[in-house]
Design a protein around this ligand. Structure first.
Ligand SMILES: NC(=O)c1ccc[n+]([C@@H]2O[C@H](COP(=O)([O-])OP(=O)(O)OC[C@H]3O[C@@H](n4cnc5c(N)ncnc54)[C@H](O)[C@@H]3O)[C@@H](O)[C@H]2O)c1
Ligand SMILES: [Zn+2]
Length: 706
């Protein structure tokens, strides 16, 4: 999700219309993140990124109160319940919490509460502090001590009915214990996934081909929000009670006592909950909890403070999505220090080379980390991370831990600066960084050996056989992946040997004997493959999977060069940046420098050449559909410039091409005709210098119609 990069402009420098646009953007972005996180249990942002979006939104609304949207994230909690579940409306809404990120934020919270209540600085104010459990909240309703239903928070007003799932959780009683039980009580708290179970769950999931989870919170959400409660049961979820919803009688006078009372009914309440009379006391306890964090069997992401007296809570009430009497003091991201053993380069399915740090295993926030990302080449340089260094690793509530940088002192003995490979570690082809539109280098280095690179093979093969490429009947993504996995094809050329290889196999081992195949379908497949041996040129070019070359570019290339041999020869020549071939390629209307460079790199990578040679043994791409060769402009190179009045640019271009002309975007010695409309500038001047035939639009039309 590239879109989430925060706009950098300081809030106090924004104009109202900019702020308005940004508020719209933030509302959409946050709503989408909420949906993915709360409903799909599949977040795409880190919690840090998400919190930053919300903070920016609040800052904007503070500065431009009138621009606050009706659907502002400030008013919203969570996400609407999923259609998968029946809905239950909360009698008492389930809200979120405001966040504090620093000690000052906590002091400010205390001051705010005192101001609101009209309490002087000396007046007593007791506040509880307890871990903020990173799971998902649920409300469980009891009538006369019997469990009636369980609900998720949903959007705070309406939640999802998860009664069957809740009943499978051992730490949630089906019947409340003791004799001190209200007629009606909704116990609220957090369902979480014990850490001790988390790694084991992921291992089991991976083995059985199921979904693995990024962290215990997602595992908890994914396990609880199941249609099949037996799956929930198998997951050993746990629950901490810390709050309540509707009650038929007051539970106690204070938060602390109310929670202890809930505990007496058979619920687990958190043993780290304390009461303090000063902000200093709270912050001290915060640090004490933080220090134990990695030893706890549950993930926590902060400490929640709540005004202890329930009568004061009642007076303080709520602001939009959170109570005024509570705040969550979030922990900074978790860090640890360890040694960087090695930098591994992994090649992705699209050829991207990603550096992965191999670490001496270390526990970060309760999870053993032995791999971390280094993002890309520039990051390694910027942080000057070297193999052998002691480095700081961070895990910020998200999936992949990252390396922050080396920890150095005068005595550090360091290795050489890391040199990022310029060849693909998988296939040995060149790996290059593209220049972007703005002239900067792309952060990602990619393998150019698209046709030979094992890392890219499956994706390449899928593309090769796809509908708009070779379009082989009966050979789709599924089949080609299966053949690859069975070792029957490694690259595109192998497809054309399938039938031959198959014929050499013994009885019971041939394709016709395989699951899902039979004599007819196997025969049909081989026939379909044979039929595509004389594929159209543009399909063949597209099928090669050259980066940036889509169907349109493939057609342009096909039309311009006419045959595969001509294209290939020209591209080899274009490897020389001073060549006419390179200028020619750049001149093709519709092909920019980035695309051109990528094509040339592809054809000049020797590994690709081998596969192209092998392919050409099997496939004979047809010459581009014969264009009219007897027209007055066939074979001529034409450039259009200035504004055209009778034809649109595209029309003029298509027409010229269908008459066998080549349309170029720039004037060179090779240009035969320049069609110049009003407003023509530098191209006209250049054509005059080169003494090229110059025509008006009318003259051009007369020429082609004549
Ligand atoms: N990564 C993403 O895309 C993404 C998207 C949405 C939300 N989030 C995460 O969720 C947070 C916002 O979600 P939220 O609205 O649930 O707010 P929140 O998680 O910051 O705080 C409210 C919740 O804390 C929970 N909680 C845990 N222990 C508690 C305790 N002892 N007392 C009271 N409540 C306790 C309750 O479930 C409550 O609903 C963000 O700060 C972010 O970390 C991430
Ligand atoms: Zn490669």
């Amino acid at each position: 999700m590239d879109r989430i990069s925060l706009r950098e402009k300081p809030v106090d420098q924004l104009e109202a219309d900019e702020a308005k646009a940004e508020l719209t953007y933030l509302a959409e972005e946050i709503a989408e993140a909420d949906r993915l996180y709360h409903r799909e249990d599949a977040p795409v942002l880190t919690d840090g990124q998400y919190d930053a979006l919300r903070r920016r939104n609040s800052a904007l609304e503070l500065r431009f109160p009138t621009l606050r949207r009706e659907d502002s994230p400030t008013f919203r909690v969570g996400a609407a319940p999923s259609e998968k579940f029946a809905k239950i409306t909360h009698v008492v809404p389930m809200l979120s919490l405001d966040n504090a990120f620093s000690d000052e934020d906590v002091s400010e919270f205390g001051a705010r509460v005192r101001r609101f209540l009209g309490l002087g600085r000396e007046a007593a104010l007791s506040i509880t502090a307890e871990p903020k459990i990173d799971g998902l909240s649920a409300s469980i309703r009891y009538e006369n001590g019997e469990l009636v239903y369980g609900v998720t928070r949903g959007d705070g007003t309406v939640g999802e009915d998860i009664t069957a799932n809740i009943k499978t959780i051992a730490s949630i009683p089906n019947r409340l214990k003791g004799d001190n039980i209200p007629d009606v009580v909704e116990v609220r708290g957090e369902v979480y996934f014990p850490r001790s179970e988390f790694l084991a769950l992921n291992e089991r999931q991976a083995e059985s081909g199921g979904k693995t989870f990024a962290n215990p919170r997602n595992a908890a959400a994914g396990s609880l929000r199941q249609l099949d409660a037996e799956i929930t049961r198998s997951r050993n979820l746990a629950f901490f009670a810390y709050a309540w919803g509707e009650v038929s009688e007051p539970l106690a006078e204070t938060q602390y006592e109310a929670v202890q009372r809930i505990g007496s009914w058979g619920f687990t309440v958190n043993p780290l909950m304390q009461r303090h009379d000063s902000i200093e006391g709270l912050i001290e306890h915060y640090h004490a909890i933080e220090a134990q964090r990695s030893a706890l069997d549950y993930d926590i992401d902060g400490v929640v403070y709540k005004v202890d007296r329930l009568d004061l809570q009642g007076r303080l009430g709520f602001v939009s999505r959170a109570p005024r009497w509570a705040i969550a003091h979030k922990f900074p991201a978790e860090k640890a220090i360890t040694r960087l053993l090695e930098i591994d380069i992994q090649v992705g399915r699209t050829g991207a080379l990603t550096p992965v740090a191999k670490l001496e295993p270390v526990t970060v926030g309760g999870v053993v980390v032995s791999n971390a990302t280094l993002h890309n080449e520039d990051e390694i340089v910027r942080k000057d991370v070297r193999v052998g260094d002691i480095v700081t690793v961070q895990r910020a509530g998200d999936v992949i831990p990252q390396i922050l940088g080396p920890v150095l002192d005068e005595n550090s003995e360091r290795g050489e600066a890391y040199v990022f490979p310029t060849v693909c570690p998988v296939c040995g082809s060149h790996a290059v960084r593209e220049k972007k539109e703005n002239g900067e280098l792309d952060a990602i280095r990619r393998c150019t050996g698209g046709l030979v690179c094992r890392a890219q093979a499956v994706e390449q093969l899928k593309h090769f056989v796809s509908r708009n490429a070779m379009d082989i009947d009966g050979l789709g993504e599924k089949q080609v992946t299966a053949f690859f996995e069975q070792g029957m094809i490694r690259n595109a050329a192998d497809i054309f040997h399938l039938s031959e290889m198959d014929a050499q196999k013994g009885r019971g081992e041939r394709l016709r004997d395989m699951d899902g195949w039979g004599p007819t379908s196997a025969r049909n497949l081989f026939a379909a493959i044979d039929e595509r041996r004389d594929v159209e040129l543009h399909r063949f070019i597209f099928a090669l999977g050259i980066r940036h070359v889509g169907e349109t570019t493939a057609k342009l290339l096909g039309r311009y060069y006419g045959s595969f041999a001509a294209l290939r020869e020209a591209m080899k020549a274009a490897g020389d940046a001073n060549s006419d071939a390179w200028q020619d390629l750049l001149g093709i209307d519709g092909i920019g420098a980035i695309v051109a460079r990528s094509i040339v790199e592809f054809f000049n990578e020797e590994h690709n050449e081998e596969v192209i040679d092998a392919l050409l043994q099997e496939v004979t791409p047809q010459e581009a559909e014969a264009v009219q060769t007897d027209s007055s402009v066939s074979g001529k190179t034409v450039v259009f410039t200035g504004s055209l009045e009778r034809l649109s640019r595209t029309e003029a271009k298509n027409q010229a091409e269908s008459l066998g002309a080549k349309v170029s975007g720039s004037v060179s010695k090779k240009t035969d005709i320049l069609v110049a409309g009003p407003g023509a500038g530098s191209k006209l001047k250049k054509a005059q210098e080169l003494e090229i035939t110059i025509m008006t639009e009318d003259e051009w039309i007369a020429l082609i119609e004549g």
